[in-house]
Design a protein around this ligand. Sequence first.
Ligand SMILES: *[C@@H]1O[C@H](CO)[C@@H](O)[C@H](O)[C@H]1NC(C)=O
Ligand SMILES: *[C@@H]1O[C@H](CO)[C@@H](O)[C@H](O)[C@H]1NC(C)=O
Ligand SMILES: *[C@@H]1O[C@H](CO)[C@@H](O)[C@H](O)[C@H]1NC(C)=O
Length: 348
Amino acid sequence: MACPQHHDSLLPSQGLLWLLLLGLGLLHFVSSSNCGRPPTYPSMELMGPFKYMYVLGDHVNYRCKPGFLSRPVFITLSVCGPSGKWTPVSMDACYKKSCDLQVDPVNGQVILLNKSYEFGTQIQFSCNDGFYLTGNEILHCLLNGSDVKWSGRAPVCEKVLCQPPPNIPNGGYSRHKDVFEYLEVVTYACHRSPGEEELSLVGDRRLYCLGKDLWSSPPPECKVVSCPHPVVPNGRQTAGFRVKHHYKARVKFECHQGFFLHGSDTVVCAADGTWQPPVPHCEDTPPPATSKVLHASRRSPNSTNSRSNQETSRSQRAKGWVPALSVVYVIGIMILCTCLYRFIRSKK
Ligand SMILES: *[C@@H]1O[C@H](CO)[C@@H](O)[C@H](O)[C@H]1NC(C)=O
Ligand SMILES: *[C@@H]1O[C@H](CO)[C@@H](O)[C@H](O)[C@H]1NC(C)=O
Ligand SMILES: *[C@@H]1O[C@H](CO)[C@@H](O)[C@H](O)[C@H]1NC(C)=O
């Protein structure tokens, strides 16, 4: 591990010294009279052949890159100048090629996403209401060899038409046709039930043709929906008296004197034959206070309740002002006293 004695020989350090001198000389030579690599440009490329080193007076020529066209009068020649700098070329010498003009499709528009048809840009197609696009929505202007081309064919706008909507059991719709136009409406209705039970239409009664074979919603269902007769012990029904409660039937309740309503006073017969919200019940104790308070605070923000809230918050804000005001007050008095003191002394 001791320092090797053999390396005391002059040979390696001598070699190092020579290398250093050579490097310094080269650096000096390069920096004084040589140009570095010719600069690169986004629109232009160097025309060969390339050299390892360029000296004063050497020149290079540029040509337009693929996808660019040249403007002949502009300078594309660069010369290695005396300070080791390349003379500039004209940045306007080459400009981007453009793809073919695209006209608006029938019943639609073409949108220039990059405000030009130049190579590298995109265009988008859209169709008017009542028409739908078939084909490429977006085209790119791309390089193909040395030329530029759209990435595909322009799309077309086709008229929106709907196949008839589905038939449903126990019901049907008006206006039977082979095809329906855009925004045309069909209205479903349920058949008169042959039995005792009334059929209810569950879902959307009216369907619109919105897109190609696309109706605004699935067809409704015609079915018997009946909710059990609601019973509220210690209470009574106040509205919605019927023999049978079908879909969307609404019933209202109140409790007998001395009892408190727990739940909603109004319930509606839902599509699954249950009451929504559930039938309330009457108890001899009031419902938990928390839920009542929560209920009150959830009421519209501009009720009297919230006005009193505003007032309390205003008074709280006023309370926040008190310390600040008293500080100002004290400082004011101190200044006044100082002035008075000086005034009195000056009089003396
Ligand atoms: C063209 O516009 C699209 C959409 O605004 C954008 O994503 C894209 O980068 C733009 N391309 C160029 C070359 O500016
Ligand atoms: C370039 O153009 C040629 C001839 O029109 C075509 O066959 C080829 O698919 C194109 N290439 C691209 C990438 O679009
Ligand atoms: C409360 O204000 C909203 C608008 O902020 C209004 O639509 C509503 O009718 C108001 N309700 C009451 C009870 O004033």
